[in-house]
Design a protein around this ligand. Sequence first.
Ligand code: B4P
Length: 190
Amino acid sequence: MFNLILFGPPGTGKGTQAVKIAEKYGWVHVSTGDILRSEVSQGTPLGLKVKAVMEAGQLVSDELLIEIMESVFGKNMGAKGFVLDGFPRTLKQAEELDDMLKKFGEKISSVLSLKVDEEELVKRLLKRAQDQGRKDDTEEVIKNRLLQYHQHTKPLIDYYEKKKLFQEVIGVGGIEDIFNTLCSVINDKL
Ligand code: B4P
């Protein structure tokens, strides 16, 4: 199995590229943001619990995310690979992810981080607000999401660098060009 983490702050294009990678390689795309948004839109007990947290741009609790991911892995362990998009976002999630994969005799294969400067990130998310009206794409909430990234998620760079799994890829330019660069990095690791 190839277990890829697509890493980066909100708006770097993780979701956009993860869909394309999963399709090309036949891997399972896991977007924790999509999973949570679907729970919110269906009004499930989990959705009701996380709605306000997400709309404020805060991180949902590690316990809930770990529960969700255990269920995702449990259901898909026969897959050829996974593209994780938006998970892990905290050190606790990263450690638990390692433990979860270990139970299945698996480990993370690579962490690819999309590099985009903050001005461009805000521009993209505000554009998405116009196109799709996502509640967490307002200027104030975007600021909070970036703050959460710097406080809780950025420290994972060090965690994965120590494991020699971390690699940066330029995330600015055409979606196809970025996809081709990601594929050539992945192909070298297959
Ligand atoms: P996510 O859905 O993961 O939100 P995101 O980080 O903004 O990534 P997204 O995939 O949407 O954006 P992308 O970069 O693809 O999370 C939402 C919320 O869920 C979090 O704030 C949190 O509350 C909760 N959550 C999720 N996972 C969690 C976890 N593990 N722990 C705790 N809480 C969690 O794209 C952004 C925009 O840029 C798009 O409009 C796209 O079209 C555009 N774009 C992409 N590539 C481009 C390019 N090359 N050029 C120009 N525009 C581009």
